[in-house]
Design a protein around this ligand. Structure first.
Ligand code: FAD
Length: 387
């Protein structure tokens, strides 16, 4: 599909922070071979490609918490760039061209491609860029490696490994008094004024905690009358009764404004690289073109709970100190052994890993320039390297 996931993506955009590039948990696995300065020169161009209008900000709330802003891109790459590529004299664009595998004989000599009518093509190039998405990249390399009797990619122990996602989980809610806190939360996008975002500061995260972002979504009865279900309304009423017992002064303050002052909280966070999270080829099942399908193994470590609870507690204390609101944490999160809930949004459609970038060929598949360690003329894009 020309334009790939950008044809239906959400368009949430924010530049990475310096801390995202720093080594964590003293683990060589938890480190990229690049830093923010390596990417900074490309920022202006990237904003232009994505048609971003606002500069994202970070405001310090206290020594442990920041408030973030996001921007939203409505760019559909297929729509925006199709003519651009078709008009280039030195670009040939083939649609309905399904790559099957690299052909390897001591070195890569080309790649096999099939169209949906079953015709075969052989493509030869000096340089190859593999950009088929967060699962397909690993699948095509794994398959090519089997056909090449494991001589194509030698570090077989890294290929397909450390696959990950951005877990997105509902973790609680908040009763808010000062709507101004959210209203003035400089969420530049006019259609997303009811969101606010809080994340830990670099110092607070230090070496041990994982990065995460708490996403507050303020419910507004007038704007979205259908968005609050009857069960949520019931739940809000019961929680207000609990709150009245725990903190009657605050309850009186917000009494009568129940729907305007309730916010759901979703935590979106990073995962540590886990060796057993992986993509494997399934020898029992093939696709239309004869390429093996995959088995995906992905588990979220229960250790993630500690980070979320700490950041939620820190935010709760901040709300209380400033009398902004009162926050509650869902029970499943507080029970150490209780698994992550399987309802709702489990992940963010952000596929990463499988072909991770590393300075050490034993821990990754591509180097800091996204080139395969074993082939300096094959580059693997995009987010699947940043795991
Ligand atoms: C519903 C949804 C919402 C998202 N929202 C956001 C968001 O708000 N913010 C954000 O930052 N990210 C978001 N993402 C993630 C983001 O869209 C992806 O990380 C990004 O588009 C990945 O780009 P890519 O080029 O690596 O892969 P893709 O966009 O997946 O492109 C891969 C392309 O390769 C083609 N292809 C696959 N296999 C083959 C083959 N064998 N031969 C030939 N072609 C092949 C596919 O058809 C596709 O066109 C979202 C994703 C989804 C699905």
């Amino acid at each position: 599909m020309f334009g790939g996931s950008s044809n239906h993506w959400g368009g949430w955009c924010r530049e990475l922070d310096k801390i995202d590039f720093q080594k964590k948990q003293n683990s060589d696995l938890f480190e990229w071979p690049i830093n923010k300065k390596d990417l900074d020169p490309f920022l202006v161009k990237a904003r232009d490609i994505l048609d971003l209008r606002f500069i994202t900000e970070k405001k310090k709330l206290n020594k442990n918490l920041n408030q973030l802003t996001w921007d939203w891109s409505s760019t559909r790459f297929g729509k925006k760039y199709r003519n651009f590529f078709q008009e280039r004299e030195h670009v040939d664009l083939y649609l309905n061209a399904n790559m099957q595998n690299f052909v390897f004989d001591k070195k890569v000599i080309g790649l096999n491609v099939k169209n949906s009518g079953g015709s075969n093509y052989f493509f030869v190039s000096k340089i190859y860029a593999l950009a088929t998405g967060g699962i397909e990249n690993s699948r095509l390399l794994l398959y090519s490696n089997i056909l090449a009797k494991y001589q194509f990619i030698k570090n077989v122990d890294s290929l397909g490994r450390y696959w990950m996602e951005h877990p997105h989980i509902n973790v609680g809610g908040a009763f808010i008094d000062r709507q101004a806190f959210f209203r003035s939360s400089h969420n530049s996008h006019p259609t997303n004024q009811s969101y606010a975002f809080i994340s830990p500061t670099g110092n607070y995260m230090s070496n041990s905690k994982l990065n995460c972002c708490l996403r507050f979504r303020l419910n507004e009865k007038e704007k979205e009358p259908q968005s609050i279900s009857e069960s949520t309304k019931r739940w809000i009423k019961e929680s207000m009764e609990d709150l009245a017992c725990l903190d009657s002064d605050f309850t009186l303050k917000i009494a009568g404004r129940e729907f305007k002052c309730y916010s759901s909280i979703k935590a979106v966070f990073e995962q540590q690289p886990i060796y057993t999270n992986r993509i494997e080829l399934d020898p029992t099942s093939k696709d239309f073109f004869g390429v093996p399908k995959i088995k995906l193994y992905w588990k979220q470590s229960l250790d993630l709970k500690e980070t979320i609870i700490e950041v939620l507690k820190e935010t709760g204390n901040f709300f209380k100190e400033r009398d902004i609101g009162r926050l509650y944490i869902d029970n499943w999160l507080l029970e150490k052994s209780e698994p992550f809930p399987e309802h709702g949004e489990l992940a963010g459609y952000h596929h990463m890993g499988g072909t991770r970038m590393s300075k050490d060929r034993n821990l990754g598949v591509v180097d800091k320039n996204l080139s395969l360690f074993d082939h300096n003329n094959i580059f693997v894009y995009l987010s699947m390297a940043y795991a």
